[in-house]
Design a protein around this ligand. Sequence first.
Ligand SMILES: [Zn+2]
Ligand SMILES: [Zn+2]
Length: 183
Amino acid sequence: MFQKLIHWVIGKPQPTHYQLGNSQSCIFCGAYSTNRSDFDIVWEDQEFVAFRDIRPSAQQHMQLIPKTHIESIRKLSQKDVKMPQYLIWVQVRRMEEIGHSILDTFNVPVSKRKMGFHIPPFNSVLHLHLHVQALPYISPIYRLKYPFVRGFGGYEKGFSWFAEIGQAIRILEKGHRVTVAPC
Ligand SMILES: [Zn+2]
Ligand SMILES: [Zn+2]
């Protein structure tokens, strides 16, 4: 049942999309190394690269990834990435800035912008990726893949498989971990 829900949210995983947790076998690591020509790269610097999603959910849909293999937003903690908490927070804020500047280049009005992370196990590729989108979604059903669930009672976010970028930044700022459960 839970598995079915996951497949519904992220689509049935391709074999190459799923089991991988290291840079040798990671398809997204290929975007900045061996398989660059397979990706439609829209933005790049020393530390990050952004490319068009091969199965867009929205009018514009890009993936922004770090050029370091980090599994997911849930693995963004001091212990996992061996980086001081404030630097993790700075990097995610940087991702937000880059996302906005990409959407600027596509002339997307601020009210039509949506950015955020899927939270394991609701992520199809095990390499941290920020969804950078210009709304509307191509069909209303896609909206459900990227829900914005408001927090309550001190939580930034309620139960959800998606953390909007601002929520993720505020959770990390407090030194907490981004999880499916309220956080
Ligand atoms: Zn990777
Ligand atoms: Zn995702």
